[in-house]
Ligand binder design. Structure first.
Ligand code: MSP
Length: 474
């Protein structure tokens, strides 16, 4: 692969990052680091979505101007990604001029496409979703997810002829030109399309804190279209043709399963309308619950990934989220579960291995070992697992090696062998150090900090007893 353009959703700044947004972003980071490591010209984009009523309302609640509020919240996201060791190449904000200018161009192109028309829309708008919601979806008159009453909207809008795109999208999905993963999500999209696509509104009548529609001053751009276009604006659409040509189309949009219709139906149709290539692949992962319950502010179970990182370390958070749930499936997380894995697999597993081995090497070999990288010529399928989005499996493969190493130390009673048979001890210590080197190499995209620490420890000219990688938590 020559280039690899990967994106995360751009998150709404109505609230600070939580474990769900961190999850998508960490997974994207693993892939970006992996392909970068393979030599692909990788561009990894993250960012924040800052327009719309949802943000205007949150800003009002906080007693702040929307833009001031958005600035503060967006900074929390970029800081959180720094703390979680996310290697994004850029961070796009929809309030930036480079984005708003590109969106203007995009809408002019749409207008010229002949695929839009003026009409009247009547419907129920859920601000939490930033989307229209069907009456049949309501529970006791409320949006079942946001527990709020949708706004009754009857207004003049501009429409996009999405209804014309069902056949071509189906063809592209079936031929593999447009890949949707996992299979279940692909089937969901195909079945949604087969029920017949309806045209969608692309503007609203003066929604709060939204971009103006270039040709109609009484209309504002529907936030979702503004947001989707970030994937193009960030790589220079209309401003830096060379960069845009180099990276577009996106190789992979990573999203949660909640937003697949936007990414797998509306987005490619819009791109086709303006004559641009469509993304190559969308992968939609599952949703987390916390202690079996939906994550919600009302329930007060929102987990702050930065708090976890401060308490347990960045790589513990990365390890836990990637290991606990198979990517693509729904799963449950909790601090209890994190602790169990922390103690068992990180502190007593990998951490213990590194401290024992380095202590023994310092004691019996004056800190000298020979690492032979040819003993482990390949990564035993860990790389292939990453390429196939099976991060939990990659970690499980690596941890089999960790276990093998710890078992080798125990079964050979290395702490005694050092006194009784130094030749055999040295041979095993070399082998174990080589295994640890291999473990650290394979861990690079998954747990970059730990990988770097181990490589530094194990390749030092004189190995000394290492500080615990995963200290005991009180
Ligand atoms: N602004 C839109 C995305 C626009 S992309 C062009 C948006 N933002 S959001 O802040 O609501 O983020 C939604 C995303 O957050 C989901 O697609 C998913 O990636 C992540 N998650 C939010 N809650 C989650 C869980 N409970 N579990 C896992 N991921 C979750 O939608």
């Amino acid at each position: 692969m020559e280039k690899f353009y990967i994106t995360t959703p751009i998150y709404y700044v109505n609230d600070k990052p939580h474990i769900g947004s961190a999850y998508t972003t960490i997974a994207a980071d693993v892939l970006a680091r992996f392909y970068r490591g393979q030599g692909a010209d990788t561009f990894f984009l993250a960012g924040t979505a800052e327009h719309g009523s949802k943000i205007a309302q949150s800003a009002e609640k906080a007693g702040k101007e929307p833009k001031v509020f958005a600035d503060e919240m967006s900074a929390k996201f970029s800081l959180a990604w720094d703390i979680l060791n996310i290697s994004n190449n850029d961070f796009i904000r929809t309030t930036e001029e480079r984005h708003t200018e590109a969106v203007k161009l995009f809408f002019e192109k749409l207008k010229q496409s002949g695929k839009i028309y003026e009409g009247e829309y009547e419907g129920l708008y859920c601000v939490g979703h930033e989307a229209f919601i069907k009456e049949s979806e309501l529970v006791n008159g409320l949006c079942p997810e946001h527990k709020t009453k949708p706004e009754v909207v009857k207004e003049k809008n501009w429409f996009f002829k999405l209804s014309e795109y069902g056949e071509i999208l189906t063809k592209k999905i079936q031929s593999g030109e447009f890949i949707i993963l996992p299979e279940e999500r692909r089937n969901e999209v195909l079945s949604f399309i087969s029920q017949g696509l309806e045209d969608i509104t692309i503007s609203r009548q003066n929604a709060k804190f939204a971009l103006p529609l270039p040709w109609d001053e009484n209309q504002t751009i529907y936030v979702w279209l503004d947001e989707l276009f970030n994937y193009c604006s960030a790589i220079g659409y209309g401003a830096n043709d060379e960069k845009f040509k180099k990276y577009w189309p996106a190789d992979l949009h990573l999203v949660g399963k909640d937003i697949i219709k936007f990414h797998c139906v509306i987005w490619p149709a819009l791109l086709l309308a303006i004559g641009e290539q469509i993304p190559k692949k969308v992968f939609a992962h599952g949703f987390f619950t916390v202690d079996g319950q939906k994550i919600s502010k009302t329930l007060g179970n929102v987990i702050d990934p930065v708090e976890w990182a401060n308490k347990y370390g960045v790589d513990a958070v990365r390890y836990f989220l990637l290991r606990e749930v198979a990517f693509g499936e729904d799963g449950d997380v909790s601090e209890e579960k994190l602790r169990t894995r922390y103690e068992g697999e990180l502190a007593n597993g990998l951490g213990n291995l590194v401290s024992r081995l380095t202590t023994l090497i310092e004691k019996f070999l004056e800190g000298k070992v020979t690492i032979d990288t040819s003993i482990f010529p390949n990564d035993e399928g860990a790389g292939e697992a990453i390429e196939n989005f099976r991060f939990h499996e990659a970690l499980s493969i690596i941890w089999q090696w960790v276990q093998w190493c710890n078992k080798t130390v125990d079964e050979n009673k290395l702490w005694e062998l050092g006194k009784t048979d130094i030749k055999k001890f040295e041979q095993l210590a070399n082998q174990l150090s080589s295994a640890l080197f291999f473990i650290a190499q394979t861990l690079k995209p998954l747990l970059p900090e730990t990988s770097e620490k181990i490589l530094k420890i194990i390749t030092a000219p004189k190995i000394t007893k290492a500080e615990p990688l995963f200290p005991r938590i009180e």
